[in-house]
Design a protein around this ligand. Sequence first.
Ligand code: C5P
Length: 232
Amino acid sequence: MMKPELIIALDVPSSDKIPAIIDALPPAVQFYKVGLELFVAEGPLTFNYLLKSNKKIFLDLKLHDIPRTVARAVASAAKHGVNLLTVHAGGGREMLRAAAESAGEHHKSNLKIVAVTTLTSLNDADLTEIGVSRPLIDHTLALGELAVSAGIDGLVCSPNEASVFRKRLGNKPILITPGIRPAGANAGDQKRIATPEFAVNAGANFLVVGRPILEAPDPRFAAEEILRQMGI
Ligand code: C5P
């Protein structure tokens, strides 16, 4: 199993906030997540400082469209030097395969595609309303298995789901877990949370952390503490 890595969620409204964040964190932090808020605001300009600082980029756009459109978006991300990109497993086998193949065609970029399964904002009643009758956990596991069988490199999942996916899917798929809080910390709006140690032991390869580091009085110390709890 590869050494687990920490990803910092850049949940900020504009890219002028990025240099101060990166410069304040220990050099061991290599990976940063750009999500919809930043990307819709400024697009690939948000990558400039990250690329210049030799940091890796997790672009969390949760793509969900027809296969050809997703394949082309994947190609664009690869050209920008993105390292990890998310798609919705619910886009179906053909879309997932098209995303994986497009990344493979840009193999020099080493872009990996990871799938999200069931959004954590949804519950069983929400699924019923959109026509999904199987229990949420079954739906989530089935979507994860579909994505990996279609050639997707890994999954975003909760720390609680990680050990189940690891058991079912073996060591190869990348597992990325948000919802991390160091022991004793404020949960914020996260409902299902776990400690860094729990997530790593459950088989996660990447831990996504935002507020516990960015809103800490001393972000460098908070990051070092989480790295220590990850066993790094
Ligand atoms: O601040 P916090 O550590 O909760 O940030 C976690 C990051 O992971 C946020 O960018 C959030 O949008 C993202 N995320 C999540 N839960 C999911 C999927 C993504 O917290 N199920």
